[in-house]
Design a protein around this ligand. Structure first.
Ligand SMILES: C[S@@+](CC[C@H](N)C(=O)[O-])C[C@H]1O[C@@H](n2cnc3c(N)ncnc32)[C@H](O)[C@@H]1O
Length: 296
């Protein structure tokens, strides 16, 4: 990230979530009405970049980025039904789940953890919007490259002896493999049985269709300029091994076809699920039956 600036990719993700609501017909994967508000003065320019005449990769993002949030939020709702009352949003960016969650989840404690530069920017935007913040929302500053998450959470009311869901969306491809493995091992050590970590990841470029390789140079140049180069990609079986190596008892890596059927086809989306991303759920000591690369 560029010094003192909020994450530019976090702003892009919010723009895609707002654009999904604006340009795609209902039903929506996610109704994030805060995304546009949080973007502030720049909202119009950044959202319109995802209009119907946008390059195909932005159209894919217009569906995939709301989808991955919805996928994590479904997991949170299921876990809440099983008694989980803590959510840690790692690298939260402009995530607004804490603000728009259903009232049934009002008793969920939410810890938004992010790089200080992004989080301070977001908090200024929230102040400008002026809505009262919900009870049970904590902001935690942490640079994953230099600070231990456990140390950062230790300063809060996070209960390490109670289960939690950790959502880690849109982050691991910006971290080195070593940082990711270390953070996962740390999370496994921190989390109580019944906890789960949900994350998305990207596949190696050589395993992707040609159209991704065609736009790679342009995409990489933009990300480098934003100070957020993507440095980390996994094949599903490699990520599964990393999750098990970190100590998680189960690692579910759902197949794209199953996700498409459950989410994209269910809303009649003309835009298909991006082929470059995968989702993963790593569970701590759960009795749930699941297998690697299972369908959901
Ligand atoms: C692509 S955004 C994703 C934001 C959010 N999870 C979402 O899906 O809308 C990446 C996020 O990772 C955070 N991030 C990147 N590097 C980080 C680091 N070293 N420490 C903490 N946060 C980091 C950024 O501040 C940003 O909020």
């Amino acid at each position: 990230m560029n010094d003192g600036e909020p994450s530019q990719t976090a702003l892009q993700v919010a723009a895609a979530r707002a654009a999904h609501l604006r340009f795609d017909p209902p039903p929506h994967l996610l109704e994030d009405r805060f995304a546009e508000l949080l973007l502030g003065a720049d909202a119009e320019r950044s959202i319109s970049a995802y209009g119907d005449d946008a390059p195909w990769i932005l159209l894919e993002n217009r569906l995939f980025l709301p989808f991955r949030a919805r996928y994590a939020e479904d997991l949170v709702a299921d876990a809440h039904g099983e008694g989980v009352r803590q959510l840690v949003v790692l690298g939260a960016g402009l995530d607004s789940f804490a603000l728009r969650r259903p009232s049934a989840l009002a008793d969920l404690r939410v810890f938004e953890v992010d790089h200080p530069a992004t989080q301070r920017w977001k908090r200024r935007r929230l102040e400008a919007i002026g809505d009262p913040l919900p009870d049970g929302l904590d902001f935690v500053e942490c640079d994953f490259e230099t600070t231990s998450l456990s140390d950062a959470l230790r300063e809060t009311d996070f209960h390490a002896d109670a289960p939690a869901i950790v959502s880690w969306l849109g982050v691991v491809y910006y971290l080195s493999k070593e940082t990711t493995a270390r953070a996962l091992a740390e999370l496994r050590g921190l989390l109580a049985p019944g906890s789960a970590v949900v994350l998305d990841y990207q596949f190696p470029m050589e395993s992707l269709p040609q159209r991704y390789r065609d736009v790679f140079a342009q995409q990489s140049a933009w990300l480098k300029g934003a100070g957020e180069p993507q440095v980390n990609r996994y094949r599903p079986e490699a990520l599964q091994a990393v999750l098990i190596e970190a100590g998680f008892e189960q690692a579910e890596l759902p197949e794209r076809g199953a996700l498409e059927a459950r989410y994209f086809a269910a809303i009649g989306s003309k835009i298909r699920m991006a082929e470059r991303f995968g989702m993963a759920v790593a569970r701590v000591g759960s009795a749930r039956q699941s297998t690697a690369r299972s369908s959901t």
